[in-house]
Every structure is written in structure tokens, then in C-alpha cells.
Write a protein that binds this ligand. Sequence first.
Ligand code: NAP
Length: 258
Amino acid sequence: MTALKVLILGGTTEAAALADLLAGDIRFDTTLSLAGRTQTPRRFPIPTRVGGFGGADGLAVHLREQQIDVVVDATHPFAAVISQNALIAAQSACVPLLAIRRPPWLLTADDRWTCVATMPDAVTALGVNASNVLLTIGRQDLVPFLEAQQHCYVIRSVDPPAMASLPPRAKIILARGPFDADSERRLLQEHAIDILVTKNAGGTATVAKLTAARQLRLPVIMIDRPAKPDVPAVTTASDAIRQLERLHAQSSGTPRGL
Ligand code: NAP
């Protein structure tokens, strides 16, 4: 039996779940690729490579050199560049591409969301009056908030943000999800938060902040997702496994399309 060579583009809960599910499965020879943004990523039970490929061309070269049979784009909904590169590279190397696309969070009747398209739009939506703002947007996108220094920011991220990206008086909370609604409500109350800013990441690991904001009737600035390429997609790691099993059964060494 020939193992199917799988490359997972990761950095998400779904990629980690897929790595866990594929570990030890002799039908698959899987590598997880991480961009290298997180200082202390968790350990994975499959081979892991870290760092960019050098654009779509570099990724296409990697796919050919490593004789990858299928690429799984399990990157974050806001990681738009790598998904576009994955499409171009997979087409160029004639390799099937499957995406795991986590559904977005949806507005409910009790939510007070203002949806915006970009981070600068989120800054504008905060308004001119000083507020206590909880930013849960990661540490890479903080610079636009330097333009609105009237607010007091509480910034939660997995790794410490760069000092140069921090508005004055910003408080940093280092934490990695999952979070629950009780602790999120306590966080909002302890810091007297007036408004929450978040990307529409979707998923369960960080959704509790929205539950807590709803319970406290707090407004939320919700940053909409960037466009991702339209490719064959599933929503969970388990669904991805079923697609990979199908490919493996078809392949006998030469996979066809998804
Ligand atoms: P991006 O803007 O889409 O990609 C920028 C560059 O980073 C890509 O061109 C590629 O470099 C490299 N890269 C991205 N993902 C990679 C991967 N899985 N393996 C190898 N190289 C990768 O990505 P991003 O928004 O900076 O996100 C980076 C990583 O963090 C992604 O893996 C994503 O899943 C994860 N993440 C992102 C967010 C977010 O809010 N953006 C949140 C949580 C996790 P080359 O062009 O050199 O190949």
C-alpha cells in the first residue's frame, strides 16, 4: 500500500485536529506546515516544518520536490495570502487542494455588532470618545490602533506584541484559548470594558467572549473575513479525513481530483 503524501498548511485548531487524526495512520505520510508566528507552538505527533515557502512559486517547488499528493489548506480565515498561494501552487504542480473552512460566527438578535471590513475601519468605528477597549485580534494587526490613543486598550494575545505596536497605557493579557463564558464575563467586568474588537474567526475556542458580551449587552466591533479562493472545502478535520480516505482509495499511488 502506498501512503498518500499530505501537506497540511496549518496554524489553526482544525489543522492540529487533523494532524492528531492522521498521526500513526499508515495510509498517509503527513507533514504539518506552520508559518512560525507563534513562539511556542504546541507539539504535534507528525513531522512539522516551520517558515514560509517563498510565495506561490516556492510552494509549487516544494510540492514537486516533496512529491506531495494532496494539500490541505487548514489556515486561519484571516490568512488570505497563503490560501491564494496554495491555490496557485497546487494548480501549477497539478496537486489536489482541499480546504478546511471554519464557518463564521453569526449575529443573533441579542448581539450588538458593528461589522467592518478592515482594521482601520474598526479603529474608526470605535469613535472619538474615550472607551475601555478589549482587543482580541492577535498581535500582528495592532498598529492601526496607534491612531486612536484616546482609548484605553486591553490586548489579549498568545505571544507578547511588539512594543512599537502598543498604544500608550495598553494592558497586555497573554492567554491561549479555549476560553469559557464565565471567565470571559469576569475579564470584561474586571477591566470595565466598554467595547470588544474581534476578527470573525469562527469556531468554538474563542466564541465565549461573544457570549459574555451578549450577556453584558456590550457592543462588539466585528471585523469581517477577507475573501478566500473558491476551492473544494469542508468545515471540520473529520470531514477532511473522509475526503483524504476517498482520495487514498482512488489513488493506488496516483490521486485524481477531489
Ligand atoms: P498570510 O498573510 O496568509 O501569509 C503570509 C505568509 O506567511 C505566506 O505568504 C507564507 O509565506 C507564510 N505562511 C502563512 N501560513 C503558512 C503556513 N501554514 N506554512 C508556511 N508558511 C505560511 O498568513 P497570516 O495571516 O500571517 O497567518 C500566518 C499563520 O498564522 C497561518 O498559518 C495562519 O493559519 C495562522 N493564524 C493566523 C491568524 C490571523 O488572524 N491571520 C490567526 C491565527 C492563526 P511564503 O509566501 O514565504 O510562503
